[in-house]
Design a protein around this ligand. Structure first.
Ligand code: PLP
Length: 381
């Protein structure tokens, strides 16, 4: 079976892991945690970084540090992995789900319309008129490693006094106008889950340039301990990354450039292989995208049926292919969340097929995937 996205692990990961055991530094203190934080800050171009147990917990901590509280609203795209919405819900807040643009990221025009038309300032407080809830933060998602119109989001966040948090879970290694992504938002969070470009088994990293804010992030993620005598000053979280996770992460980060280059080559290979096939479109790609996942979009699909049938034909050939994110507003826990939609997410999500794109995929495997996809799609017409 050629898997969709599997970890690319080598001797270095093994060596660093053995070192954790040999030194007994297996838990939340250890040289690898600090090393990984430094490597990531350097790679993503931010002053500060805090390692955490997952992308989801990192988002929860970032939103909490930014002041998101109970019954408030956080603007996020409806087209995202459910964890973006869950992180908002873990704060006791509610996602305000908005639609995406052609880059599959939060649409800045829709956000601006929402802020101008559906909200008003009540003193310092920006309020959603219909629900009376405070808007607490703006959280774009770097879908597939595509970076959306962050210049507009920065302007809106300044004008409306909204903390700008980036769900950069799948965007490590991406750039925006040639710039590294660690400073584009007030806080940015990447994930090191097993299917991401860089993995720690599980884990995440929070980036930022504001010293006070990042100190609060560190404090919150490490149980808000004030001193060694079991004194605490807030309800904190145990969201630390372990040295074992970080050991794997350090070995992975040494190969970041190679991994990103491979992800982009996979995308280019599929784009070249499929560009002449009728009835499909290629994945959107912003300049400097980290191209986390690759695949195709069916121009016409009858719900998920076509996606399912193509995926099962590929499975018979030993190729794992899958559908992609179902919009958050169509998910049971969020069916009552406020929305601002124009049909874009609903129009595409069940037309998408993701194809094998591991950084350890071989040239022969790519050929096998492309050949079979071409054959199946041509038969469809
Ligand atoms: C993977 C992912 C997350 C969650 O990260 P975990 O480390 O799995 O908790 C959140 N948002 C997006 C967009 C993701 O792709």
């Amino acid at each position: 079976m050629i898997p969709l996205a599997m970890p690319n692990l080598g001797e270095k990961e093994k060596e660093y892991l053995v070192n954790c055991i040999d030194t007994t530094y297996v838990s939340s203190v250890g040289e690898y945690v600090t090393r990984l934080e430094n490597m990531c800050a350097e790679a993503c171009g931010s002053k500060y970084s805090v390692a955490v147990s997952a992308g989801t917990t990192g988002l929860h901590a970032a939103l909490t540090a930014a002041g998101v509280g109970r019954d408030e609203l956080v603007i996020i795209p409806t087209f995202t992995f459910i964890a973006s919405a869950n992180a908002v819900a873990h704060c006791g807040a509610i996602p305000w789900l908005m639609d995406i643009g052609a880059d599959w990221c939060l649409n800045a025009d829709i956000v601006e319309k929402g802020l101008r038309e559906d909200c008003r300032f009540d003193g310092e407080k920006l309020v959603h008129i219909q629900s009376g809830r405070r808007i607490a933060a703006l959280m774009p998602v770097y879908t597939l490693g595509n970076i959306p119109d962050m210049r507009s989001f920065r302007k809106l966040s300044d004008e409306f006094h909204l903390p700008l948090i980036a769900d950069a879970a799948c965007a490590i290694g991406a750039t925006y106008n040639g710039e590294k992504i660690g400073g584009l938002a007030d806080l940015s969070v990447v994930s090191f889950n097993g299917n991401k470009t860089i993995t720690c088994g599980g884990g995440g990293m929070i980036f930022g340039n504001d010293e006070v804010l990042m100190k609060r992030v560190r404090h919150l993620t490490t149980t808000a301990r004030v001193n060694a005598e079991y004194e605490f000053d807030m309800v904190g979280f145990n969201y630390r990354m372990t040295n074992i996770q970080a050991a794997v992460g350090c070995a992975q980060m040494e190969r970041l450039d190679e991994f990103i280059s491979t992800k982009r080559k996979v995308r280019e290979y599929y784009n070249n292989s499929f560009k002449d096939i009728e009835g499909i479109k290629l994945f959107p790609e912003t300049e400097g995208s980290s191209c986390w996942f690759s695949g195709i979009i069916l121009d016409k699909a009858e719900g998920l049926e076509d996606v399912r049938s193509i995926c099962s034909s590929l499975k018979e050939k030993g190729i794992e292919a899958r559908s992609f994110w179902k919009p958050v507003h169509m998910q049971k826990p969020y069916e009552n969340a406020p929305v601002k939609l124009d049909g874009t997410a609903e129009g595409i999500w069940d037309h998408i097929i993701t194809l094998p794109c591991s950084t350890c995929i071989s040239a022969e495997e790519l050929e096998t995937v492309a050949g079979n996809v071409r054959e199946i799609l041509n038969k469809r017409h």
